[in-house]
Design a protein around this ligand. Sequence first.
Ligand code: DX5
Ligand code: ZN
Length: 220
Amino acid sequence: MIKVSPSILSADFSRLGEEVKRAERGGADYIHIDVMDGVFVPTLTIGPPVISSLRPVTKLPFDVHLMIQRPGRFAKDFVRAGADILTIHLEAEEEVEATLEAIRKMGARPGISIKPATTFEAVKPFMGLVDILLIMTVEPGLAGQQFMMDILPKLEEARGFIEEGGLEVELEVDGGINEVTAGLAAKAGARVLVAGSAIYGGNVKNRISKIRNSASNALG
Ligand code: DX5
Ligand code: ZN
């Protein structure tokens, strides 16, 4: 029911393969990979070559979060590198529909993400085209920020829309998730929880189960 997607942004980059395995052994459902271009967000991270190097390390789905301007230009590279879920930002792409359709055609699961200031209303027209809706609970760009409580109503709105429409869209949250906020996010409707600093900042297995339990308990 609840899925946990550890973000390797907070892992030790000098031993990334082992860090991915550590998440897998700890019971992760997905591996969250944050791609940043220094344009859409101020930070630069990793690209397709790192993803293809990690591909043989695990069978877990790669949940690739593109924080890059005009992601459609690179969709093929990321799918080829091994992305299973490929999430683009609504704010970063003019050709949203074409890009989501292209991602699906290439065999990956398309996702769309919105920044804190973007309303659910803005992303509604694309809900029939995606497998994942990723709602940011921090300003994208950095790990270790504080969960924005004022995003909870947006999660509730999205969950309501998904349920009413009988849509098979996974509602994912990213930013500031820990064992406390995981429960709040799940209660508001999130089912996939991304966490970076809260997981890699300690015993990965324990942290994953704490986040999962907090979310599952909140669902009752
Ligand atoms: C932020 C990234 C997140 C980040 C989460 O721009 O998209 O995935 O790694 O880190 P924490 O869990 O530390 O907020
Ligand atoms: Zn992310």
